[in-house]
Design a protein around this ligand. Structure first.
Ligand code: 9MG
Length: 290
């Protein structure tokens, strides 16, 4: 049953696994980076990614109700060290291969690298999540060739400069226009509209006020007619609003997830799968009862 808006999500074909968005889906975050803002290095032993530890995290998230695992190898926090495509593939691919082989879950690869998109699809990944909306050289074609669903996220600038006094004429209109333009670029590259998911990119080149305007405007973004993915999990807007440090932002992230679902979000990206799955299930159950 739809929540506060009329949009009822489709079923996406993710490399043979169905992602049914008639109710909101939970996407668990797995960072293979040593320096992510929220869980940086938690899967590392010294300077090496511990793949068994990463698999244990993946297994746990699936048991907790994740429909999708989003595996990434580039930290996009402001000021993070850049990675080469080869470094990114070295971090991400072994885990993508093992998760695809051992777990019954849709694997999303969080990347802007054309090389990794192709490699991950060959390894069995079911979705691409690109914070640069396929803006990098070769990404449109590589993503088109995979045949997979793709999340196009809005970011102003790049991770290094995105928080340098971001400005918009009207953040909701500008983000919607950017996403619509990227949809057209995708269609021109041979990616059907039905494969696309949109994300306003909370925290990516936005002030607190911009994030709040986008949260308020989610129903209008849902009217673009494509599923919406949102990620608030542990982000700094929580600290800006209620003063919580990064390790204390779980409960506030749940409140934001529920609000987003009520405003039309179809996929919630989160570090805390069990709690988010329950919070979203509660929002859906209440909506079903009117
Ligand atoms: C990789 N990543 C970090 N935050 C994100 C968000 O909010 N959305 C998407 N699609 N990806 C994100």
């Amino acid at each position: 049953m739809p929540l506060s808006c009329d949009f009822k999500g489709p079923v996406l074909n993710c490399a043979g696994r169905s992602l049914d968005l008639s109710t909101p889906a939970i996407m668990g975050v797995i960072n293979t980076t040593p320096d992510s803002f929220s869980d940086g290095g938690s899967l590392y032993r010294g300077s090496r990614l511990d793949i068994d530890c990463a698999m244990a995290r993946a297994r746990e998230m699936v048991a907790e109700g994740a429909h999708i695992l989003d595996i990434g190898g580039e930290s996009t926090r402001p000021g993070a060290a850049p990675v080469t495509p080869a470094q990114e593939s070295d971090r991400v691919l072994p885990l993508v291969e093992r998760v695809c082989a051992e777990l019954d879950v849709i694997v999303s690869v969080d990347t802007s690298s054309a090389q990794l998109m192709a490699e991950a699809a060959s390894a069995g990944a079911g979705m691409i999540n690109d914070v640069r909306a396929l803006g990098r050289e070769g990404a449109l074609q590589a993503a088109a060739d995979t045949g997979l669903p793709i999340c196009l996220m809005h970011m102003r600038g790049n991770p290094v400069n995105m928080q340098n006094s971001p400005q918009y004429e009207n953040v909701l209109r500008n983000v919607a226009q950017f996403l619509e333009d990227r949809v057209v670029a995708c269609e021109t590259a041979g990616i059907e509209r039905a494969r696309l998911v949109l994300d306003p990119g909370f925290g990516f080149g936005k002030t607190l006020e911009h994030n709040l305007q986008l949260l308020r405007g989610l129903p209008q973004l849902a009217e673009l007619g494509l599923p919406l993915l949102v990620g608030f999990s542990r982000k700094s807007m929580i600290e800006q609003l209620i003063g919580r440090g990064v390790d204390e932002r779980g409960p506030a992230s749940l409140a934001l997830a529920v609000l987003a679902v009520e405003r039309g979000a179809g996929i919630i990206r989160t570090h805390d799968v069990a709690a988010t799955a329950d919070a979203v299930a509660m929002a859906v159950a209440l909506a079903e009862r009117g």
